[in-house]
Ligand binder design. Sequence first.
Ligand code: PGA
Length: 251
Amino acid sequence: MNRKPYIAGNWKMNLDRRAAVALAAALREACQAFTDRDVAVFPPFVYLDEVARTLAGSKVRVGAQNMCDAANGAFTGEVSAAMLLDVGATSVILGHSERRQLFGETDEGIGRKVRTALGAGLDVILCVGETLDERNTQATERVVGRQLTKGLEDLTLDQMAKVTVAYEPVWAIGTGLNATPKQASDVHTYLRGLLAGLFSPKVAQATRIQYGGSVKPENARDLLTSPDVDGALVGGAALKPDSFLAIARFR
Ligand code: PGA
């Protein structure tokens, strides 16, 4: 199975309106030629509308970094799937480790968000990843296995066509300390095996698994050409067109 690489930029809580639109405009032009890879950006909520307009009709898709698991109602401060679609987002990142660690998100809650997002018609990037303690105590497979299983609970085989998994070791995020290609590849292969059991071998072969955590132009090629690695979820290096594009052009 030939999986198309998928390179996504998670802008986190960075940039201002002018910088967000300028970055989007630069990517719009540079990505027009891409046919063999998918590219997406995930700006802060308040810039989604303008970034989506800037990228309308281009090769670059736009998504959000989070959303509410409820459809609408009295949820002060939250944003719904329908609202994301309304402003031109077609995708959402769910279960990022910063959401899990800093905002108390649980496996169960993330699973609910995944079901809501897919039910509304959004694509999903589901993030999983172990802490350094968990890696050092040989708990990596148990932790990412639980996060994957709960995050994808109750999905149909068809719904899995709209899901990307991102393996992001917490110790590698924003630290400059990326996983080695072998470390990444081993976990990706493990996750793909789990997907075969949870869904089907066909779904496992078709599902893209991105690596995330200190991906830079200098390490992108080695990481992204490793077995079972199908692209990257990029944080810091996604904030500048040159570094993001260098990663997107890893080969
Ligand atoms: P980083 O972040 O590339 O800055 O390590 C990755 C992420 O959190 O998605």
